[in-house]
Ligand binder design. Sequence first.
Ligand SMILES: C[S@@+](CC[C@H](N)C(=O)[O-])C[C@H]1O[C@@H](n2cnc3c(N)ncnc32)[C@H](O)[C@@H]1O
Length: 189
Amino acid sequence: MKHEFNSAMAFSKFYLQQNYSFEGEAVIDATVGNGHDTEWLLEAVGPEGHVTGFDIQAEALESTRNRLGNFENLALQLDGHENLMQYGFQEIACVLYNLGYLPRGDKSISTQGTTTIQSIQAASELLKVGGVIMMIAYPGHNAGKAECEGVESHLATYDQRRFQTWKFTFLNQKNNPPVMYCLEKRRTS
Ligand SMILES: C[S@@+](CC[C@H](N)C(=O)[O-])C[C@H]1O[C@@H](n2cnc3c(N)ncnc32)[C@H](O)[C@@H]1O
């Protein structure tokens, strides 16, 4: 076996690395948390690219700033990703969501189906042709199950001539394994 994946996030990053180049592109981390995915995106876009991160918890942004330090090409917004339309983005190459709650944080502050879907809708409009939205969702916690169901129904509505949407999960992991959802804006119809 060349690569073994036991996490949906590791698999999603591998998928993105294999199929996309974000060098010099503008991208969004829709759920900054402790900034591990922000860090990955910063490396992926390089010095000529730009990363905007959203989180509703000041604690999350602070932890990320402390860990990563300052980057000229990183903007961290203390705001919900459902408001991303208000930030004057032009063309976005990638939007990454790691849904749920902040690890080791307050589990009651979690992403919610309604706002996640609003945000995906807005992100799909801002996405450049050939761009991608990747979402990791966790059906194993209270808000997570309904969020997965909502996201899945929403992704099924996109016109297949313009978008490709799909999901991946582990069939034999116990206790509601994470689900990877993806929306790709097609180059050709
Ligand atoms: C699973 S954590 C993200 C992990 C993170 N990407 C990392 O690398 O550490 C989910 C984050 O989403 C944030 N969140 C919840 N609702 C949100 C919203 N409407 N907009 C943006 N972030 C939100 C939470 O505060 C939490 O920090």
